[in-house]
Write a protein that binds this ligand. Structure first.
Ligand code: 13P
Ligand code: SF4
Length: 330
């Protein structure tokens, strides 16, 4: 890849060939190159439908660690591609648009977090997977929202813990586990916008609907939930629960898989602040389009690279998470 414009913009958005079945062509190129497409539940519906594997952050990391593909196309955000690269340094990891960042990962700059860690010696550092590789390299064990409470509970009660970067997830874990972890003051711009007011307005229209909330939401929002959990946990709950209506308080992309898994049920996306303000989208996830997906497979670019010294340190807490999750059957 040596086109200067592509390098600067971080993606390839060339028009796709006319009179061609783009989805079939993507599948053909993947087969030829032994590439696998993975997508997060927040990716666009048509991207999810084309992917070989769709999952939450934990499932995506677990899948990357075991795939025998030579190329992983990660239709998600940058830190997800980095996690894959750290786990599989010999593979080519591609994220179709390198601008697909994460406000939560960005809310934790390396220098400031390193100072915070140094200021609190004798603390175990637990980091959410929504972090850069550099933050993971300063971490003892990584968690996702699927395993965070269980991993924290696997440490003795008197362990002093620093948790970053999401203060809402950290606060939720503290409340559930009765711990008193020191929290980094970070957050996700999508999940922080959900309000009790908006959910109550929807509840008036759908009094029987159950409320499903991601733990990156603020405490008062989590408090009115019927279920708090990772995207995978919310999906499972919506399939198994007897209710027929659900108000979904997380990024709107998850509704696609929910609706596919339980077509007879009704899923209502929670609005950003109030009922007038529209639904919540992660603008970073939505950068991954079919056109960029086609081009990134064709040109095998843009690839994710991680400094080898950082990767060597960052792989340990990720592997530790995968090992504990395996032991716990997660
Ligand atoms: P999950 O691990 O629950 O899929 O969440 C990832 C994420 O980015 C939530 O905002
Ligand atoms: Fe990051 Fe929030 Fe987007 Fe999840 S929804 S990827 S935490 S910015």
């Amino acid at each position: 890849m040596n086109d200067k414009k592509w390098s600067e913009q971080g993606f390839i958005d060339e028009p796709t060939p006319a009179n061609t079945d783009i989805k079939a062509e993507i599948k053909r190129m993947c087969k030829e190159k032994n590439a696998v497409i993975m997508a997060h539940y927040y990716a666009d519906a048509e991207v999810q439908d084309l992917a070989d594997f769709v999952g939450d952050s934990l499932a995506l990391a677990q899948k990357a660690a075991t795939t025998d593909a030579d190329i992983i196309i990660m239709c998600g955000v940058h830190f997800m591609g980095e996690t894959n690269k750290i786990l599989c340094p010999e593979k080519k990891i591609i994220v179709p648009d390198l601008n697909a960042s994460c406000s939560l990962a960005e809310s934790c700059p390396t220098d400031a977090f390193e100072k915070f860690v140094k200021a609190h010696p004798n603390h175990t550092v637990i980091s959410y997977v929504n972090t850069t590789a550099a933050i993971k390299s300063l971490t003892d064990v990584v968690v996702t929202s699927s395993n965070a409470c269980q991993i924290v509970e696997s440490f003795p009660k008197d362990t002093k813990i620093i948790f970053g970067p999401d203060k809402n997830l950290g606060g939720y874990i503290n409340r559930i586990t009765g711990r008193n972890m020191l929290l980094w003051d970070g957050g996700c711009h999508v999940h922080e916008r959900f309000s009790v007011e908006g959910i109550k307005q929807l509840k008036q229209q759908h009094p029987n609907a159950k409320v499903l909330v991601h733990p990156e939401c603020r405490e008062e929002v989590a408090e009115i939930a019927d279920k708090v959990g990772s995207t995978a946990a919310l999906l499972k709950y919506s399939i198994n629960d007897d209710a027929n209506e659900f108000i979904v308080v997380t990024e709107v992309g998850i509704l696609h898989e929910m609706q596919k898994s339980a077509p007879q049920k009704t899923f209502i996306p929670a609005p950003a602040e109030d009922i007038e303000s529209g639904c919540n989208e992660c603008n970073y996830m939505k950068l991954i389009t079919m056109r960029k997906l086609y081009n990134c497979i064709k040109h095998e670019w843009p690839t994710i690279e991680v400094d080898s010294e950082i990767a060597e340190k960052a792989v340990r807490p990720i592997n530790r998470m995968l090992e504990i999750s395996k032991q716990l059957g997660l």
